[in-house]
Design a protein around this ligand. Structure first.
Ligand code: PHE
Length: 289
């Protein structure tokens, strides 16, 4: 009797609950559907637009080169001769080419230096954002990633100009004054060479740029090597300049608080809805980056 009473009570409660839900959860099929988003700008595209806006104001134009490069532009013209150990360090993806000449997926944006100097000669002031490829995969490395190359050649360009340009860039990009640290380094295509760190703090487990007393490496740079100028048809006795290569993905992660590099390239629409940008906002220095 007790069990039957409990069952009966259960049924009445369940019925009452169902009635309540039918009353409150009505779907009005005559309502217009919720508006569909037009799509989102990927954080990498947004970051590239911001980089172009900032360097654009400093007189740099955008140059491009192919993702599938030849060995000469990617290595030899950049003072990396055959059998140079730097070729192994790059974990290059090779492709079959014509006439027994293999092609490479460019391992950095530096070949665009060569292409631009050969096309435009000196003086020149360009940036070259784009995809680069290395056979590498973990939490901080993906086989495809992004760099922006910078190149300024004129009669009296110095390391001081390089330092100023980079500090202007980071301060505009992060919207706060960012100290930089130059560390002596080596690249075959620059002499002298420096790796550049930006000031940051790791307090509380999250990185904050522009404060604290830790450093984060973000780019390689230096004065363009005379051999490189000569390869590209520019007389090193008349012209000199600086070049740099910044990792774009790392900058986007830092600015927009994105913890895992790999998520950039998973093509997950939920992720893009969360981290993406409105397609109608075009970054400019006046409008805000
Ligand atoms: N190409 C270098 C790299 O990918 C970066 C760099 C560019 C260094 C220009 C110096 C000058 O690591």
């Amino acid at each position: 009797e007790v069990a039957a009473a409990i069952d009966a009570k259960k049924t009445t409660l369940a019925d009452a609950d169902l009635d309540r839900r039918l009353m409150t959860e009505k779907i009005d099929v005559t309502l217009p559907s919720s508006p569909q988003a037009d799509g989102y700008v990927h954080p990498i595209s947004q970051t590239i637009d911001e980089i172009i806006a900032i360097f654009g104001e400093m007189g740099f134009t955008v140059a491009e080169g192919p993702d599938i490069e030849d060995d000469w532009h990617n290595f030899t013209a950049l003072n990396i001769p055959p059998d140079h150990p730097a070729r192994q360090e790059h974990d290059t993806f090779y492709l079959p080419g014509e006439h027994g000449e293999r092609k490479v997926l460019r391992t950095h944006t530096s070949p665009v230096q060569i292409r631009s100097m050969m096309d435009q000669g000196a003086p020149i002031r360009i940036i070259a954002p784009g995809r680069v490829y290395r056979a590498d995969y973990d939490q901080t490395h993906t086989p495809m990633f992004h760099q922006v190359e910078g190149l300024a050649i004129d009669r009296d360009i110095s390391m001081a100009n390089l330092k100023w340009v980079l500090e202007q860039f980071f301060t505009a990009f992060f919207g706060t004054e960012v100290k930089t640290r130059f560390r002596a380094s080596h690249f075959p295509f620059t002499e002298p060479s420096a790796e550049v760190d930006i000031q940051c703090s790791w307090e509380g487990g999250t990185v904050k740029v522009g404060e604290g007393d830790d450093w984060l490496e973000v780019l390689g740079s230096g004065m363009v090597h005379p051999h490189v100028l000569r390869s590209a048809g520019i007389d090193p006795d008349e012209w000199q300049g600086f070049a740099f290569g910044i990792g774009i993905d790392r900058l986007a992660m830092l600015k927009y608080g994105i913890p895992d590099l790999r998520a950039f390239f998973d093509s997950d629409l939920r992720w893009l809805r969360h981290y993406g940008f409105s397609a109608l906002e075009v970054p400019t220095l006046h409008g805000g980056v």
